[in-house]
Design a protein around this ligand. Structure first.
Ligand code: F6P
Length: 427
């Protein structure tokens, strides 16, 4: 499932999870439209129950078909237990036609069994092909009960969710409530005793898909690298006009309350000045400091001035610093012909870059192994990356740390916020 705002690399993550799950001998499903799709399930009157997919004779060509973690015995065990044939060929998406399958999502089939070939060609696709949606219903106990029911009747006992911290919080909530949800479904007679026993545990794993790179405990999130690349390309284009007309440009970039995109874009494009939420200036001090820096660069012969402002930029009093405010200072105090460009959603969509494809693929592989190795005692994990190594971090710890950062910024403890997001900063 993908959830929250789309980010480049989400399809690569789904592809990786589907292929790795099949490789490990599991049945794979996609859930369309995020948590909303899970709540709706396959309820439409014209929906057909999942069928046994066709099996192609060709073997998978997944990068490494060796069994590096010695999981072959687990795989055999799973095959024996659930008596199914792994879907190396087409699943429902391709058999029914991808276009039609997309329509099916709208007609009410949200949980679709997929095979190896269904996710063919997904690696380089932008956005999320299985859709994402905000779900009010999932926030209600009834919604989560229905979500649990839909998982059980489809025979799903493990869930990989790719999304931001909000989406991952939802995942952990579902897991925490799972035993109560199963009991409620059993006492209402919606599931059998046998199903209640078979689905006594739900294993959940998170992959962080977000352009903002705002998740504590991981170095980078799926989609952030592509968004940064997009920003750099846009600033490069803007720079041509800026230099031609000797203008100043204020470029607003996304990132919500996180300044990573703005800061990295500032470095990568050689911007003159950058505003980020984590290093807010005191009151109006930025007026004179920014003008001094830009004037110095102009005095050295620079014909263009670029100021990058994170959409969440604030001053120490927590007042917004807007691109218009910056433009007015540059025009009034320096007399620069200044334009504002808000890059908006051009930053979020489009083909993932190589980094996001690789990150999503490696994390998808780890995600499947994390749920297969999970026991009722292990926490739900979020898959991260730290110093170039793929990691597993307890999901709630990662979410809590991320939310603490936002709270520290609200309480004006900016150093504390940075230290939490990047522990090395504290050292
Ligand atoms: O979290 C990703 C993000 O693109 C943020 O950078 C931005 O603030 C927000 O989502 C925009 O959300 P929406 O697409 O709902 O306007």
């Amino acid at each position: 499932m993908t959830s929250g705002g789309d980010s480049a690399g989400m399809n690569a993550a789904v592809r990786s999870v589907v292929k790795m799950a099949i490789f490990r001998g599991c049945e794979a499903f996609v859930i369309r439209e995020g948590w909303e799709g899970l709540v709706r399930g396959n309820q439409s009157p014209d929906s057909t129950p999942p069928q046994t997919p066709s099996v192609s004779t060709s073997q998978p060509t997944f990068a490494d078909t060796a069994d590096p973690k010695g999981k072959a015995s687990d795989r055999n065990q799973q095959t024996e237990q659930s008596d199914f044939v792994p879907t190396y060929g087409e699943g429902e998406l391709l058999r029914e036609g991808v276009g039609e399958a997309q329509e099916l999502g709208l007609r009410g089939r949200y949980i679709i069994r997929v095979g190896w070939d269904d996710v063919r060609g997904w690696m380089d696709q932008g956005g999320t092909l299985i859709g994402t949606a905000r779900s009010k219903t999932f926030r209600t106990p009834e919604g989560r009960e229905q979500a649990a029911y839909n998982l059980i009747i489809n025979g799903i006992d493990a869930l990989a969710v790719c999304g931001g911290d909000g989406s991952l919080t939802g995942a952990d909530k579902l897991r925490a409530e799972w035993p109560d949800l199963v009991s409620a479904l059993k006492s209402k007679g919606r599931i059998t005793e046998e199903q209640a026993t078979k689905f006594a545990h739900l294993n959940i794993v998170g992959l962080v898909g977000s352009i903002d790179n705002d998740m504590a405990t991981t170095d980078i999130t799926i989609g952030a690298s592509t968004a940064l690349q997009r920003i750099c390309e846009s600033v490069d284009s803007i720079s041509s006009t800026a230099a031609s007309h000797s203008r100043a440009f204020v470029v607003e970039v996304m990132g919500r309350h996180c300044g990573w995109l703005a800061l990295m874009a500032g470095i990568a494009t050689g911007a003159d000045y950058v505003f980020i939420p984590e290093r807010p200036p005191t009151g109006q001090e930025w007026h004179s400091e920014m003008c001094e820096v830009l004037q110095k660069h102009r005095d050295l012969g620079k014909r263009k001035s670029i100021v990058i402002v994170a959409e969440g930029a604030i001053d120490r009093e927590l007042n917004d610093i807007t691109p218009e405010m910056i433009k007015n200072v540059l025009s009034d105090d320096l007399g620069l012909d200044t334009r504002v460009t808000t890059l908006g959603h051009t930053q979020r969509g489009g083909k993932p870059d190589a980094n996001d494809r690789i990150l999503a693929t490696l994390q998808g592989i780890e995600a499947v192994d994390a749920v297969l190795e999970a026991t009722p005692e292990t926490p739900s994990y979020v898959i991260g990356i730290s110093e170039n190594k793929i990691t597993r971090i307890p999901l709630m710890f990662a979410v809590e740390q991320t939310q603490k950062v936002a709270k520290l910024i609200e309480s004006k403890d900016f150093d504390g916020a940075l230290a939490l997001r990047d522990p090395e900063f504290a050292e």
